[in-house]
Ligand binder design. Structure first.
Ligand SMILES: [Cu+2]
Length: 153
């Protein structure tokens, strides 16, 4: 008699095993709480894949428009642009963080309050295969003021 017991445990991270696909681990996912009237925010996380992979995009049922962005210094001006993909080299933890890569949350229908949970679906490609990675990003109020804030205006 053969018995397969599959135990799925979520201990502060999400792992999505799919046959032939990358094992992608996302940790410390959070989104920035917004002020009333603010239509954009960012989501940040640590992503690690067990094979070379790429983050191609993201979506959320709670956010009308979601883009993958990068912030970079251009001379002495901080600029932000949409990127086609973020490389996830095998075994390396890639940080999406304020001032660097981030998930841009746009056209927000209502403010994001600290403690809100924003569900995100990441699209990850590896070896020609695409998979969805579900992430729950908990909203936090930014610490120490808005020095890393950016605006789409
Ligand atoms: Cu952005």
């Amino acid at each position: 008699m053969k018995q397969n017991i599959l135990i799925l445990a979520a201990v502060g991270f999400l792992s999505v095993p799919v046959a032939g696909a990358a094992n992608v681990t996302v940790s410390d996912a959070w989104a920035r709480a917004t002020m009333p009237g603010q239509k954009v925010s960012g989501a940040y996380m640590q992503i690690q894949s067990d094979v070379d992979a790429r983050l191609l995009g993201a979506s959320s049922p709670a956010v009308p428009r979601v883009e993958v962005h990068e912030m970079k210094m251009d001379g002495d001006v901080m600029r932000m642009r949409e990127v086609q993909a973020i490389e996830l080299p095998k075994g390396r933890t890639v940080s999406l963080e304020p001032g660097g890569f981030h998930i841009m949350l746009m056209n927000l229908p209502k403010p994001i309050a600290a403690g809100d949970v924003i569900p995100l679906t990441l699209v990850v490609e590896s070896g020609g295969k695409r998979q969805n990675v579900e992430v729950q990003a908990e909203a936090r109020s930014p610490m120490g003021g808005g020095t890393m804030q950016h605006h789409h205006r």
